[in-house]
Design a protein around this ligand. Structure first.
Ligand SMILES: [Zn+2]
Length: 226
């Protein structure tokens, strides 16, 4: 594994990154910006699996066997896919792992194949996340996404693009969002403890509205370049 680091304005930039953050925290938006600034790819677990299976790599085919049987892919197979992906050219200056690791066992396995420099944990208050996610509306016909405050259809309840019905998915109702958040918090708490102990965790407050994304990115740069 290439451990070469980028140097930005003479500052050593730490680039092998793990991304953490609950649903609705805006992780995808931040990752896109970080990727643009440092030229490192965002690697999501889903994309990684799809790619390995599509390319019919040995480990990809092994993963497919489990998925086809509807079984959980074991950690040693998953870590094999991660290792294969991180060896690719676009990771030579670093990467952002998104959706992996999910458990301490996976984090320990990851530590055996690569040095993690920083874990960015995007956090926002439960109230703000519920507010964001439960404001989401979706078109029943074409899947276009709206939001009751900032992406409002011209005619209430009617899709601008296709005239379909704009509604709220059950998954986006406040009780369901709260449940999703609880599951996330329970799953991630041990991982946060693990990285905190290794002094790799950077808590990035993401309570600010999306228009102030520049300020959140400034905090990220500070965390990465300090
Ligand atoms: Zn529509």
């Amino acid at each position: 594994m290439n451990q070469q680091k980028n140097t930005k304005q003479g500052i050593l930039v730490k680039m092998n990154i793990v991304l953490l953050g609950s649903p609705g925290v805006g992780k995808g938006t931040y990752a896109k910006r970080i990727s643009g600034i440092y030229g490192i790819p965002q690697i999501s677990t889903g994309d990684m699996f799809r790619e390995a299976i599509k390319n019919k790599t040995e480990i990809g085919l092994k993963a497919k066997e489990y998925i086809d049987k509807g079984e959980l892919v074991p950690d040693d197979v998953t870590i094999g896919i991660v290792e294969e992906r991180l060896k690719k050219d676009d990771c030579k200056n670093g990467f952002m792992l998104d959706g992996f690791p999910r458990t301490i066992a996976q984090a320990e396995a990851l530590d055996k194949i690569v040095v993690i420099d920083k874990v960015l944990d995007f956090t926002a208050s439960e109230k703000i996340i519920i507010d964001r996610l439960s404001g989401r509306r979706i078109c029943k016909s074409c899947g276009a996404i709206y939001h009751i405050r900032n992406i409002i259809p011209k005619v209430k309840g009617v899709c601008d693009k296709c005239g379909g019905e704009v509604y709220q998915r059950n998954d986006d109702k406040p009780e369901a969002v709260k449940k999703r958040l609880d599951v996330y918090t329970k799953q991630t708490a041990p991982l946060i403890g693990y990285y905190k102990e290794k002094k790799l965790l950077a808590d990035i407050g993401a309570d600010k509205p999306i228009e102030q994304v520049d300020e959140i990115i400034a905090d990220v740069r500070k965390a990465l370049e300090e």
